[in-house]
Design a protein around this ligand. Sequence first.
Ligand code: ADP
Ligand code: MG
Length: 211
Amino acid sequence: MPLMPPLKRLRGKRMDLGLARQWMDAWFEQLNAQKSYLSELDNPIGDGDHGINMARGANAAKDALADKEIPDLNTLFKTIAMALLSKVGGASGPLYGSIFLAFAKASANHDTLDYAQILALLNAGKDALMSRGKAEVGEKTMVDVWVPFTEQFADHAPSKDDVDALVEATKPLKATKGRAAYLGDRSIGHIDPGSMSTGYLFKALLDVLDS
Ligand SMILES: Nc1ncnc2c1ncn2[C@@H]1O[C@H](COP(=O)(O)OP(=O)(O)O)[C@@H](O)[C@H]1O
Ligand SMILES: [Mg+2]
């Protein structure tokens, strides 16, 4: 008789509004805590503002969530999208804004998301990112974390170490999209800052799903 495959760690996990808020709060906290580091990553291959941009967006989103009633997942993600769109700026503001608008759409009419629906949410975010930014895998952008992470998530398997490895894997890539593309070969050897901020988003998700 064939052996049963091992049960994948995340199988059966669900997300309700409380868990989604914990996820977002954890991401905002990390963006603030790593503000200097994210900007440091943006120094050699960009203009050194990614941490400032993301921390400004995180704080705007926190304020917007504190200011109003958040009855459901759709309102949560839409409120965050609007704050990121209006306050982050740079290339990453519209990209993260599109991702969270797609999250809002994917979670509309759901009180909780089962695992397949969380996966659908992530895939909707990835598709919105790629249609807005027009980057493919291998161009040294956050797409290089979104695409493999959603694949691993579909397999119920990713760990925080896997996320770190995906971020690290942007280092040898040559940028062909975004500000870093102006550097050509000189973009090689540096971690992509947007991939790091996305890595924080995914590690915060794994934390809340494992809690
Ligand atoms: N076309 C794109 N598609 C996906 N991500 C992109 C694209 N252009 C830039 N990025 C992401 O945005 C990050 C830079 O964000 P940020 O520094 O805030 O904006 P800017 O480059 O305008 O200063 C990059 O590290 C990269 O991950
Ligand atoms: Mg920048």
